[in-house]
Design a protein. Structure first.
Length: 532
């Protein structure tokens, strides 16, 4: 019977979820859904001495990496915000629970004992000082070994005596007994990556003196117990693959297929760092980026998705008059539909902030022009922002209909939704005609001509529908004809009266959004200011 495809995302709770981790979770989610399978969230909190790059013997010292309080909640909250829903894991449970490694210690001891009983692991009683001295001596002799295997040949009686005496020890893999497994082609790098044991420690540590397993043992045991079929993880784990395969061989287990995702880089080509911009997912949540845009952005980083876009049926369900969306604008369901792991690149990828700005603006537009894609959510959030930014304004200014019109009028300017608070205050309050921007725009039209344009507009607009673009354009042309002036003078006069700003949507669009009552109020306010 074929096994159900099952993947996993297994972060360590030593900090808040960062963009690289979110991308790893995303590709696990997308691949699992594409294969008709499921994925697991597993919290790997056992290898507390060195969670990543330390493959040496320092793991025996019991040094504790700082487990950041709230990290697990942050991981779950970030995944929920991104719309990436795991099938089994903390808060949900599942057939292989618990999904937090520190709650599974007995299981790791069981597998360690299995290796001890078969002679494929042994107890090592060497202390930190001896290990450090031994490593230095071996290096001075030109050896790549990190340990002299002094405890490998202890008799069973001597080992048992030391254990009974309570002597601290670790458990090491007996590498001399392992039949090496040949790695299958990487799901992303293929056969282009060369695996070597040169950087691996001699007889790697499996259990530390505190009886916690190292990452390597816990990860292999859990992937087997949880029936993981595919492992997608970061490129930084490539050096550990030979060790992991050794553990699979020693335990007589079938390894999953491995794929390693290339690193994400800063715009300057350096590795992502907190010192060089936002890397935590919560930073993007707090700054108002759309989750769909962030997911879209991360997916395009290292995925040559354009090979599949021609076959993709974009179903954005946009209302009439909506702007055309770029082909790079992809929803999570579209990412799943078009996913093909063979099109993931093995090159490291730069995350371009400008690309995120572009995608975010497009996703905001997609939502506000599509009742089925999140329009109501966007409108509610925008209305809340307006109430906070302009306390005391008439409720009509944050009604669903009005906010929808404003969002659509500003769609090409909303890099993030909160820009609505500052991009066009004239949609919510009477313009400040004393501002520098208003004064600059006012200077483009002669004094007497300005007032005549506004008076003509008051007369011409009161009997027409400002919702009809063609009718409004005809009314504007009539003002030009009546006064014998060009388009610029008319538009600048009306724009000044309605907005007090030179930049913004077209005058026709502003008139449509404001409607006759608000337009009349602004025109009269401008005439009053002009006469003062």
């Amino acid at each position: 019977m074929a096994r159900i495809p099952r993947l996993r995302f297994a972060p360590s709770p030593t900090g808040f979820l960062h963009l690289g981790g979110l991308r790893t979770a995303l590709f696990n989610h997308v691949m699992a859904r594409k294969l008709g399978g499921e994925w697991v969230l597993r919290i790997e909190d056992t290898d507390r001495a060195c969670l990543l790059f330390n493959l040496g013997d320092e793991a025996i010292t019991g040094m504790q990496a700082r487990l950041v309080e709230g990290s697990v909640d942050d991981i779950r909250r970030s995944l929920q915000w991104a719309g990436i829903e795991y099938n089994h894991g903390p808060g949900i449970g599942g057939p292989h629970s618990p999904y937090i490694q520190s709650e599974r210690l007995d299981l790791y001891h069981k597998y360690a004992n299995k290796l001890l009983d078969s002679g494929q692991a042994y107890r090592c009683f060497c202390g930190p000082d001896r290990l450090a001295d031994t490593k230095k001596k071996l290096q001075s002799l030109g050896s790549n070994s990190t340990y002299d295997r002094a405890c490998l040949n202890l008799t069973e009686e001597e080992t048992a005596r030391r254990v009974r005496a309570g002597k601290k020890h670790i458990v090491r893999l007996n590498s001399t007994m392992v039949n090496e497994l040949k790695p299958k082609p990487d799901l992303i790098f293929g056969t282009s990556v060369q695996h070597t044991r040169a950087g691996l420690p001699t007889d790697p540590v499996l259990l530390k003196t505190d009886l916690f397993p190292t990452y390597h043992l816990a990860s292999i045991v859990d992937d087997h117990e949880m029936e993981i079929t595919h492992v997608l993880r970061g490129e930084e784990w490539l050096p550990t693959l030979p060790l992991h395969l050794d553990l699979y061989a020693a335990l007589g287990l079938e390894p999953p297929r491995f794929g390693h995702l290339p690193l994400l880089l800063n715009p300057d080509g350096t590795k992502m760092s907190k010192r060089k911009g936002d890397v935590r997912v919560r930073d993007y949540m707090e700054k108002g980026w759309e989750a769909e845009a962030v997911i879209n952005w991360l997916a395009l980083a290292g995925w040559n998705v354009h090979q599949q876009l021609d076959q993709l049926d974009h179903k954005h369900d946009l209302v009439s008059g909506a702007p055309k969306l770029h082909q790079d604008v992809l929803t999570l369901s579209e990412l799943i539909e078009s996913f093909d792991i063979s099109h993931l690149t093995h090159r490291r990828t730069i995350l371009d902030p400008k690309k995120l700005e572009f995608l975010n603006r497009q996703h905001v537009a997609r939502k506000i022009f599509s009742p089925s894609a999140g329009e109501e959510d966007v409108v509610q959030r925008a209305a809340h922002m307006i109430r906070e930014a302009y306390p005391g304004i008439d409720p009509q200014y944050y009604s669903k209909e009005y906010i929808t019109d404003v969002c659509r009028a500003l769609s090409d300017r909303l890099v993030t939704l909160d820009v609505i608070k500052t991009a066009a205050p004239y949609f919510f309050v009477t313009p400040d005609y004393t501002s520098d921007a208003a004064k600059s725009l006012r200077k483009t039209v002669q004094n007497d001509l300005y007032s005549r344009v506004l008076e003509q507009a008051l007369e011409g607009f009161k009997t027409v529908s400002l919702q009809d673009e063609q009718v409004v354009r005809a009314a504007l042309e009539k003002i030009q004809s009546n006064l014998g002036i060009g388009t610029v003078k008319v538009m600048n006069s009306i724009r000044h009266a309605l907005t007090g700003q030179k930049a913004g949507p077209s005058v026709v669009e502003i008139l449509r959004v404001l409607g006759w009552d608000r337009t009349r109020e602004r025109l009269n306010a401008a005439l009053k200011y002009e006469a003062s």
